[in-house]
Design a protein around this ligand. Structure first.
Ligand SMILES: [Zn+2]
Length: 195
């Protein structure tokens, strides 16, 4: 610390002067003119005061240095704590982002899986309903509980709908297939032979 060194240096010089003056006063008192002696005594007293003042200043500066050091330590401690807190926050944010990405990936996989299952179920249901309709063409009575989407046969000219395309004298190559609802809404009635 420069101030401290400077003060110490000043103090040393002052002490040397005091010592020198002390010797001078002691040695020269006998054969020294009174005025010079008095002058030396005043100088010595002034230097004594100066030493006291410098000591005081040194003490003050010491406490200031300690204070500044404490402040510096505190600032460093805060900066370190802040850096640690930031690092922790960043690590936490990173972990959260990773967890979120993983959760989204899993959610997407689950959604894809459900969509696949749904599509398979739908395809299976469609197959089943097709099977139901074609089994109905074997001549069983399905009118009472015909499922939605049941298909029936219409001949080229007749006014009945049939459960098969070769009922009676109808020509299978000219028969067309429509839904039961459609046939009924167009005024066709169930064939008494096959229904
Ligand atoms: Zn018929």
């Amino acid at each position: 610390m420069n101030i401290k060194n400077l003060i110490l240096k000043n103090k040393r010089i002052a002490i040397c002067l005091v010592v020198a003056l002390g010797f001078g006063i002691a040695g020269g008192a006998s054969n020294m003119p009174q005025a010079d002696y008095n002058n030396l005594v005043v100088q010595k007293e002034q230097l004594d005061d100066k030493i006291i003042a410098l000591d005081k200043q040194l003490e003050e500066n010491k406490s200031k240095v300690d204070e500044l050091q404490a402040k510096k330590d505190e600032a460093e401690r805060i900066a370190k704590a802040e850096a640690e807190r930031k690092a922790k926050e960043e690590a936490k944010a990173k972990a959260e982002a990773e967890a979120k990405a993983e959760a989204e990936r899993l959610a997407k996989e689950e959604a894809d899986r459900l969509a696949r299952e749904e599509a398979e179920r739908f395809a299976q249901a469609e197959q089943n309903s097709n099977y139901y309709v074609s089994s109905g063409s074997n001549g069983g009575s399905v009118q009472e509980e015909a499922p939605i989407g049941t298909m029936v046969w219409l001949s080229a000219t007749g006014e009945k709908y049939h459960s098969r395309n070769n009922c009676g004298r109808m020509n299978p190559s000219k028969a067309r297939q429509v839904t039961l609802e459609s046939a009924r809404s167009q005024g066709f009635e169930a064939c008494s032979k096959c229904y």
